[in-house]
Design a protein around this ligand. Structure first.
Ligand code: SAM
Ligand code: GLN
Length: 291
């Protein structure tokens, strides 16, 4: 088959299976099979025949995409801020909403203008998206935890990819547990997390790309979506620098008021600030520790 015929076949197949943006997906996978940057498609001769190996690989990937395997898992990478990060089925695919969380953190910490290296905890680091991006942008030492050993392998690959080995340390374990041995109580400038926050009951009803292929461990926030906020918020206090340290969390849809209440009920934080995402939804909450 020619490139053009293959592309038309792929678009038809993806449309039939209800994949959003069938053309874009078909083109991305074609670029991947041809080992080509997206911008190089301009020079492609659409009448050229694919080799047998190229055609087999393209058919395999398009069929998987038609089965709703997320595009990013098939490509093995996902864009995040200005980088491409490595991803596989062991990690949540980093989302544009999370870019917003990182941007808020950078802005608030730059305003503080502290001296020396900042100390940060990223709870549930997954692909390492938040940790590596912060390390790239700020003079920071980041400690990042996850309960998933598979996720930490991917995070390690991203640490190497962005060359932040000297700044980010991964620790395997539950929430703050692995941090207790570090003796950093009262010394942390930022506790940041995009915790699992999808209410358990609605997980199965999400798009098949999410519900069938992304790790539930990365998504399931318990009955009301707030299980992790209830654990992270009180535990963060003892680690944060008095009068300086920030707690910054990504918010699940419709959870802003509940999470704000959990923060306020601790009586240890200045009034929280809430920031919207690009769709206008309350997506980030930031609260500075008081005395
Ligand atoms: N930080 C990444 C991001 O923003 O793309 C991943 C966020 S994902 C929503 C939540 C992460 O928390 C997953 O990687 C999951 O494995 C991890 N996780 C779930 N339960 C955890 C726990 N008890 N302790 C530490 N990490 C946990
Ligand atoms: N943003 C993800 C989604 O909507 C959920 C990530 C999370 O639970 N933190 O599918």
């Amino acid at each position: 088959m020619t490139i053009n015929e293959s592309l038309q076949w792929a678009i038809g197949m993806l449309e039939q299976e209800g994949v959003e943006n069938a053309r874009g997906n078909a083109e991305h996978l074609l670029d991947h099979c041809l080992g080509m940057e997206r911008t190089a498609r301009f020079f492609l001769r659409y009448e050229r025949a694919l080799s047998a190996a190229e055609e087999n690989e393209y058919r395999r990937l398009v069929t998987q995409r038609a089965d709703r395997v997320p595009l990013q898992y098939l490509l093995g990478k996902a864009p995040f801020l200005n980088e491409d990060l490595v991803v596989d089925e062991g990690v949540l695919i980093p989302r544009p909403e999370t870019e917003q969380v990182v941007e808020v953190a950078i802005r608030l910490l730059r305003q503080e203008g502290g001296v020396g290296d900042l100390v940060m905890f990223d709870i549930g680091t997954g692909s390492g998206a938040i940790a590596v991006s912060l390390a790239k942008e700020l003079p920071a030492k980041v400690w990042a935890s996850d309960v998933s050993a598979d996720a930490l392998k991917v995070a390690q690959a991203n640490i190497r990819r962005l060359r932040v080995e000297g700044q980010v340390t991964l620790i395997h374990g539950d929430l703050f547990c692995p941090f207790h041995v570090l003796n950093l109580e009262g010394q942390v400038d930022l506790v940041i997390s995009n915790p699992p926050y999808i209410p358990h009951g609605i997980l199965g009803g999400l798009a098949p790309e999410v519900s069938q292929y992304e790790p539930w461990m990365a998504l399931d926030g318990g009955e009301d979506g707030c299980d992790f906020y209830r654990e992270i918020i009180p535990e963060a206090i003892s680690f944060l620098k008095p009068d300086m340290g920030w707690l910054i969390l990504e918010l699940g849809d419709g959870l802003a008021i509940q999470v704000k209440d959990i923060i306020e009920s601790q009586r240890k934080f200045a009034p929280p600030q809430i920031f919207p995402d690009l769709n206008g939804k309350a997506r980030v909450i930031a609260a500075k520790r008081g005395q």
